[in-house]
Design a protein around this ligand. Sequence first.
Ligand code: C5P
Length: 215
Amino acid sequence: MSSINIALDGPAAAGKSTIAKRVASRLSMIYVDTGAMYRAITYKYLQNGKPENFDYLINNTKLELTYDEVKGQRILLDNQDVTDYLRENDVTHHVSYVASKEPVRSFAVKIQKELAAKKGIVMDGRDIGTVVLPDAELKVYMIASVAERAERRQKENEQRGIESNLEQLKEEIEARDHYDMNRKISPLQKAEDAITLDTTGKSIEEVTNEILSLL
Ligand code: C5P
């Protein structure tokens, strides 16, 4: 499937990255996690004491994606691998704000479009089907109930050794969705030609197979 691109969008913790990784590996395609790019910029924003001049921040930022056979996509921020810090609560709490800023979005979208130019990419995010890859051959909009998304995120956090509270996770997920859906630039929305896939109650294998059959 090196001649097509697949766009996977949807709200927070809907299982996009888990599914996108599986689909990519089954089709020998490359998985690109765009959320990690916004998280890396947010990490830098926090490290720099939350500067409000996003033009300056971005003009002095170097962001590269590399692939490790075992660990998958890695993010190099100013030549340093920051991937392991990107799921920290502080980053999660600020990422929607940082991702709403125009200089941040145009910087990330440019890199994403370049990565997908040669095709063979499964990309997940919020604006992939609408803005980054409007011509993607398959667009899926993944949704799931908030309760299930919070539970999945809690399990994921446990595995990563990050403490979390279920009720708090639900509130955070809802707040992040609300912010992402209502921002001025490229808000989270389903592309007109995307297929909605509700993953509530479905296993990873089931959802992966549904996407493969959609192809
Ligand atoms: O997918 P993930 O939860 O890691 O995304 C973190 C945040 O990055 C989202 O809540 C959203 O604010 C932002 N994001 C975005 N556009 C994308 C991917 C992520 O605005 N394509």
